[in-house]
Design a protein around this ligand. Structure first.
Ligand code: UD1
Ligand code: CA
Length: 436
């Protein structure tokens, strides 16, 4: 099937009260506009995004992620409104699906249902208990007669509960014929795309209502809408992965990025957060751990572990309060309280509690390389850049500031002194002073 898609994203999004353009606000780790583009890509090879407010910024973000998207700049000064947005848009195919950039929850399946049949126009219709804010749809038998914007409604029309979902599939010839003929004689002095419905009906064209789910076609206009949309998206993501065999304890407390991937048998405990393009393979992530854009295989992390971006954790045990950043650990144990940054650590190595890579000298970051079967005692500081070869033992409390050769023991420790009865002398003197 050949259809073109036009995504309207020129509006300002004032109600978000944000410096970030509305359509770039993120839902489950991805700008909401990208969710729309992803759905569109499943149906079409001809996608045009209409821009005006912060157009350069939005276009740049899209181009960094997608190839082959066309852009159209709306002349919003002279032709404001959704009808103005469609002026001068070129579509390659005979059917044009018009979407809103602020509807991140639409699925490709629902969009497909809008493209079926042979009506001149298919339009999305929602049945709402509270229709306020939407254009009301006047339906006669099975055909749409007109859409009346709320600001133009009579009080009787305001009671109509069938509203315009804002998504349409229109024959290209209809657009070419009617868009240039739109006027702005209405309460908002805007060019309304919705007016093509009445024009089509007047010329005996067919306009079919396609009833769609509110959950998918609700637009995001405020931060509150954004949070509700994310909740719905998260539920979908969790359900998908549970069906694929991921175990989740208290799933409602778990956050999973839309780009995260799970393989094998993974377990996520409550409060876990999986961010970015993380890939987990047979991983057990314990309660309240955060995984950011990392690869984890045959390993367990947490509770309360944090794996920061670009880490590779393989055949490894990471315990509580361990932070790993941009490091590769293979066959390692790090049970408690450690910071490992910019490091590569080999098989059989054990990191004691409180081990810290001092990877930053205030100007730049440096690497720590640790070989196989190294025993790193508790409270060791590894001052990078530093290389620890295989089969090394590092005594607790050591500050490692030079490379250690294979088989060596490294120990740096001020000699321990003891003073007999010091405690009693110290505190008795203090007390007797106070007594005076
Ligand atoms: C529009 C519909 C209304 C429908 C509602 C559904 C019109 C006239 N009204 O109203 O019937 O119930 O959507 O959500 O179409 N946009 C542009 N350029 C503009 C104005 C808007 O590209 O000049 C884009 C926006 O970025 C947005 C979409 O068009 O993605 C819808 O605009 P919005 O202002 O939200 O339309 P509504 O007034 O809500
Ligand atoms: Ca508007």
């Amino acid at each position: 099937m050949s259809i073109s898609v036009v995504i309207l994203a020129a509006g300002q999004g004032t109600r978000m009260k944000s410096a970030i353009p509305k359509v770039l606000h993120s839902i489950s780790g991805k700008p909401m506009l990208f969710h729309v583009i992803d759905a569109a890509k499943m149906l079409s090879d001809d996608i045009t995004v209409v821009l005006y407010h912060q157009a350069n910024r939005i276009q740049k973000e899209i181009e960094a992620q997608y190839k082959g998207i066309s852009f159209h700049r709306q002349n919003a000064q002279e032709f404001p409104g959704t009808g103005g947005a469609m002026r001068g848009v070129h579509a390659r195919h005979d059917k044009v699906l018009i979407l809103n950039g602020d509807m991140p929850l639409m699925t490709a399946d629902s969009l497909l249902s809008l493209t079926r049949g042979d009506a001149h126009i298919n339009m999305s219709v929602l049945k709402l208990d509270d229709p306020s804010g939407y254009g009301r749809v006047i339906i006669d038998e099975d055909n749409v007669q007109e859409i009346v914007e709320e600001k133009d409604c009579t009080s009787a029309q305001k009671k109509i509960q069938s509203v315009n979902g804002g998504v349409y599939c229109v024959k290209k010839a209809i657009l070419e014929n009617y868009i240039p003929r739109l006027n702005n004689i209405n309460a908002q002095a805007e060019y309304y795309l919705t007016d093509i419905i009445k024009m089509a009906v007047d010329e005996h064209k067919t306009v079919h209502p396609v009833f769609v789910e509110e959950e998918e076609f609700k637009g995001v206009n405020s931060k509150l809408d954004l949070a509700s949309a994310e909740e719905i998206m998260q539920k979908r993501i969790r359900h998908r992965w549970m069906r694929e065999g991921v175990s989740m304890r208290l799933p409602e407390t778990i956050y999973i990025d839309s780009q995260a991937v799970f393989e094998g048998e993974c377990i996520l405990e409550n409060g876990v957060c999986i961010q970015g393009k993380s890939r987990l393979n047979n991983a057990h992530i314990k309660a309240h751990s955060v995984i950011e854009e990392s690869y984890i295989e045959n390993s367990d992390v947490g509770p309360m572990g944090r794996i920061r971006p670009h880490s590779k954790i393989i055949n490894t045990h990471i315990g509580n309060f361990v932070e790993i950043k941009k490091s590769t650990l293979s066959g390692v144990k790090a049970g408690h309280l450690a910071y490992i940054g910019d490091a590569t650590i080999g098989e059989g190595t054990n990191l004691g509690a409180g081990v810290i890579t001092c990877n930053y000298d205030g100007k730049s970051k440096h690497k720590t390389i640790i070989g196989k079967n190294v025993f790193v005692g508790s409270d060791t500081q590894l001052v990078a850049p530093v290389v620890i070869e295989d089969d090394v033992m590092i005594a607790a409390g050591t500050t490692v500031n030079k490379n250690i050769k294979q088989g060596e023991l490294a120990i740096s420790r001020a000699p321990l002194r003891t003073i007999q009865n010091f405690f009693y002398k110290f505190f008795l003197t203090e007390t007797s002073k106070e007594d005076k």
